[in-house]
Design a protein around this ligand. Structure first.
Ligand code: AMP
Length: 397
């Protein structure tokens, strides 16, 4: 049995199901540019309608800050949603009040409605009682399928889950199960790879991970801060010299916890931060004054791959280098491909997440092969930081 309530715990037949999804999809020229989030919501919608429930979709869209802004209307997403679901969906011009009630009251068992942007009301982000009550008036139960919004204690993500019987949808369930098997109850050894630009944005995350994983591989620009803290020259590389103390604290905490910190041994350096800039490989002990570290080198890659082959679980956030600029995507691509192969061979459970990580894995053509790729940005990072997400806590048994 899962630690949280799921659709297996409720009979939805004939019920008005307020289903919180994340339809905050990227738009281009008035059309949905990437329908991933819509696709993730489909299994839950399908299941509830097939079981005879009435689905009432709730979502935020953009940042209208508590007022009606036409360009943030969810009506724009309706065609893509209808296309994906292959059915007609009713639309209500407001998510509360008479307009919403009229649409909801007209639903029959198995029907679907979409209500207007929850963030058109100030009560959404304030998690205000009167707004929660107004939302809840249109439902018998609440189902949350928006892990990516669960780090925010808003009315439609958290408040309402205390007002109505609340359950995790299938997408939320899959996400929580993947995350739990990666960090809460993992098969050991566990490796975490943390890359990306800066240590400053990931201090809490590193602090949490050293206490949980066996190997913490640090890559990307943030590795430079650790190398500099160890007294190495990093030339013109991206580096937060003022965080040397914080880096040393993390190294000390890791040693105490028995976590091995894995830093680059060699690096690909260039003089310019641009695609195809002339580059060469140096040991991290010999980075020149005008060098910029833009990726890890072949020895570092081989070292990480050898350790990974011993691991049963991998959690990954952040690239090893400036992956948007070839050839500085090589470290990220190589390790991603090895992780994907080990996963396909059944030797590794691999979970990755965060905006740039998803693009990096897509670029390496391996996202499909990972055990789970989370498209939640902030929520995934907060979960890696060890925080209890309010929208998840509200679904616990
Ligand atoms: P983050 O959002 O923190 O995961 O950082 C991702 C960004 O880090 C990407 O845009 C990368 O280009 C950048 N990055 C990774 N390694 C380096 C590096 N060595 N120097 C500069 N930027 C880097």
């Amino acid at each position: 049995m899962t630690a949280f309530r799921t659709l297996d715990d409720v009979d939805v037949k004939g019920k008005r199901v307020l289903l919180r999804v994340d339809l905050n999809v990227p738009m281009e020229d008035g059309r949905v540019a990437d329908a991933t989030r819509i696709e993730r919501a489909l299994p839950t919608i399908d299941e509830i309608t097939k079981k005879g429930g009435r689905v009432i979709l709730l979502s935020h869209f953009g940042r209208p800050k508590g007022q009606r802004v036409e360009e943030d209307s969810l009506r724009q997403v309706l065609p893509a949603l209808e296309h994906a679901l292959k059915r007609k969906i009713a639309f209500a011009d407001d998510c509360v009040g008479e307009k919403a009630a009229r649409v909801v009251n007209a639903l029959k068992d198995g029907d679907v409605a979409l209500l207007e942007n929850t963030r058109f009301h100030k009560g959404e982000e304030k998690n205000a009682d009167d707004f929660i009550a107004a939302l809840a008036a249109n439902g018998d139960i609440f189902v949350s399928d928006a892990f990516s919004a669960a780090h925010r204690a808003h009315a439609s993500t958290e408040g309402i889950a205390h007002k109505l019987p609340a359950f995790a949808g299938r997408a939320m369930q899959a996400e929580l199960e993947a995350l739990e098997s990666a960090l809460a109850h993992p098969q050991r050894p566990v490796m975490a790879i943390v890359g990306g630009a800066k240590v400053s944005t990931k201090l809490e995350l590193l602090g949490n991970l050293v206490a949980k994983v066996d190997y913490l591989v640090i890559g990307g620009g943030m590795a430079n801060t650790f190398l500099a803290a160890q007294g190495k020259a990093v030339g013109k590389s991206l580096c937060e010299h003022d965080l040397a103390g914080a880096a040393q604290e993390i190294l000390a905490k890791a040693e105490k916890a028995g976590c091995e910190i894995v830093l680059p041994i060699d690096a690909t350096v260039a003089q310019k931060f641009e695609a195809h800039a002339p580059s060469h490989i140096v040991s991290v002990d010999h980075v020149g004054e005008s060098d910029m570290i833009l990726d890890v080198g072949p020895k570092s890659i081989a070292h990480v791959e050898a350790l990974l082959a011993k691991c049963k679980t991998l959690v990954w956030n952040g690239p090893f280098g400036a992956f948007e600029l070839p050839p500085f995507d090589e470290g990220t691509n190589a390790v991603a491909q090895t992780a994907a192969r080990l996963t396909v061979e059944g030797k590794l459970l691999s979970v990755a997440g965060g905006g740039d990580t998803v693009s990096a894995l897509n670029q390496a053509h391996v996202a499909q092969e990972f055990s789970y790729v989370s498209t939640a940005g902030g929520a995934f990072l907060e979960w890696l930081e060890g925080k209890i997400l309010p929208g998840v806590a509200a679904l616990m048994r």
